[in-house]
Design a protein around this ligand. Structure first.
Ligand code: G
Ligand code: G
Ligand code: MN
Ligand code: NA
Length: 253
C-alpha cells in the first residue's frame, strides 16, 4: 500500500479527490461551512480510507505532497462549481501538526488562502489536539500569523488529547471541534451530556467557537442545540459529498 501511495502521488494525481462535509449553524440550520476530506481511489486497490493513507504519507515523508493534491483538488472544484459569494462560508482543511514546521506549507497555503478569501470563503485549519500540544514556539508563531491574516485555527478531535487549560488559553486557536466519541454518547437523558457541557463551558470562558462532529441522531442534535453548541457536522445532516451537490443545496436555499 505504501509503495502504491508513493507511486500515485508521483504519477497519478487524478486518483485523488476531495469530498466536502457541510457544517451547520445549530440554531438557524443554515449551512455555514464545510470540511474538505481527501479521497484516494487506486485502480487496483479501490478506495483507500484517509485513516490509512494519511498516516502512511506521514511515515513516508510525503504529507506535503498529499496536501499539494488537496489544494489542487479544492482549487479545481472551486473553479468548476461557482459557489457565489455566501459571506464567510468556512472551508476547513486538515493538516498534520508536523507540517507546520515545514516552510513549504506557508508557500503552498498563502496563495490558496488568499484565493479562497477573494472568493468569499473563510479558510480554517484543523489540527488534532494531541499534536497541537507539542508544537514549538516557532510553530505556534506560524499559526498566530495565519490567524492574523484571517485564517481560523481549529483543534480537531478535542477531548481525546491532553490539553492543559493553562496551555489551551495560550494557543492561537479559535475553534474547538468536539470529538465524535462524546457526541455519539449523547442521548435525551444521557450523563455524557455533562462532558459536552463542560467542553462548551471551557470554550465559552476562552471565547472559542465550538463545532460538534459526528452527529448521527436527532436526539444528539437536539441535545447539542439545548446546550447552545454553535456548529454541527455529521451523517444526520449530510455525509461528505462532491462540491457540486453542495452548490445546489446552497443556491436553492
Ligand atoms: O474522511 P474520513 O473520516 O475517512 O477521514 C479520516 C481521517 O483522515 C480524519 O481524521 C481526517 O481528519 C483525515 N483526513 C482526511 N483528509 C485529510 C487531509 O487532506 N489531510 C490530512 N492530514 N488528514 C486528512
Ligand atoms: O478526524 P476528523 O474529524 O477530521 O474526521 C473526519 C471524519 O469523520 C471524516 O472521515 C468523516 O467521514 C467522518 N464523519 C463525519 N461525520 C460522521 C458521523 O456522523 N459519524 C461518523 N461515524 N463519522 C463521521
Ligand atoms: Mn477534521
Ligand atoms: Na475529528
Amino acid at each position: 500500500l505504501s509503495e502504491a501511495l508513493v507511486a500515485s502521488l508521483k504519477v497519478a494525481p487524478e486518483e485523488f479527490s476531495v469530498m466536502y462535509q457541510p457544517q451547520y449553524d445549530l440554531r438557524s440550520g443554515a449551512m455555514v461551512g464545510m470540511e474538505a476530506l481527501m479521497r484516494w481511489r487506486h485502480p487496483e486497490l479501490g478506495a483507500v480510507s484517509p485513516g490509512e493513507f494519511v498516516p502512511l504519507a506521514e511515515q513516508r515523508g510525503l504529507i506535503h505532497e498529499l496536501t499539494e493534491q488537496l489544494v489542487r483538488c479544492i482549487t479545481r472544484d472551486l473553479t468548476r462549481h461557482d459557489f457565489g459569494t455566501h459571506g464567510n462560508m468556512r472551508l476547513a482543511i486538515n493538516i498534520s501538526a508536523r507540517q507546520i514546521a515545514d516552510d513549504r506549507l506557508e508557500v503552498l497555503l498563502e496563495p490558496f488562502f488568499t484565493r479562497l478569501q477573494l472568493a468569499g470563503w473563510c479558510p480554517e485549519l484543523e489540527i488534532t489536539e494531541t499534536h497541537l500540544m507539542n508544537l514549538s514556539p516557532r510553530c505556534l508563531d506560524k499559526l498566530r500569523d495565519f490567524g492574523k491574516r484571517g485564517v481560523m485555527v481549529a483543534i480537531d478531535d478535542f477531548g481525546t488529547g491532553y490539553s492543559s487549560l493553562a496551555y489551551l488559553h495560550a494557543l492561537p486557536v479559535h475553534v474547538l471541534k468536539i470529538d465524535r466519541q462524546f457526541v455519539q454518547r449523547l442521548g435525551p437523558d444521557s450523563r455524557d451530556s455533562r462532558i459536552v457541557s463542560a467542553i462548551l463551558g471551557i470554550a465559552d470562558a476562552l471565547e472559542l467557537e465550538v463545532v460538534a462532529e459526528g452527529i448521527e441522531t436527532e436526539a444528539q442534535k437536539a441535545k447539542l442545540q439545548e446546550l447552545n453548541c454553535h456548529r454541527g457536522q455529521g451523517f444526520l445532516m449530510a455525509r461528505p459529498t462532491p462540491l457540486e451537490s453542495l452548490v445546489r443545496q446552497a443556491t436553492s436555499g
